[in-house]
Write a protein that binds this ligand. Sequence first.
Ligand SMILES: [Zn+2]
Ligand SMILES: [Zn+2]
Length: 111
Amino acid sequence: MPEINDIKISKNFYLKDFQCPCCKKVIIHPSLLDEMEKLSAMVKGKIKITSGYRCEKHNKEVGGVPNSKHMKGLACDITATDLQEVYNIAKKLKFSFVKLDEKKKYIHMEV
Ligand SMILES: [Zn+2]
Ligand SMILES: [Zn+2]
C-alpha cells in the first residue's frame, strides 16, 4: 500500500509534499503549485518544502499568524542550500509575496 497523498501532482511535486505534518490533510491552490513548479524547474529541484498546508492546530503549534495563508493552501515555506539565490529567482515569479528569513533559514511564499 502506498502512503496517503503519495500522488504525483506535477513534474516535481507530490501531494504529500504539501500536506499538514500532524493530520496529513492538504489543500493547495493551483496557482501556488504552478509557481512552485516553475521555481523548482529554475533551481533544478534544489528546494525542499518545509511547510505547506497547515490545519489550525498545527498553525498554532508552529506559531503561525492566526490568519495564515498556510491554512488556505495559499502559502508554503522552503529551504535550499543557496537561499539567497532561490529568493532572487522566486521574486521574479508570480508569487504575491516572498519573504526570506535569514535567521531561521527559510523562504515563505504566497499566491
Ligand atoms: Zn494538521
Ligand atoms: Zn510560511
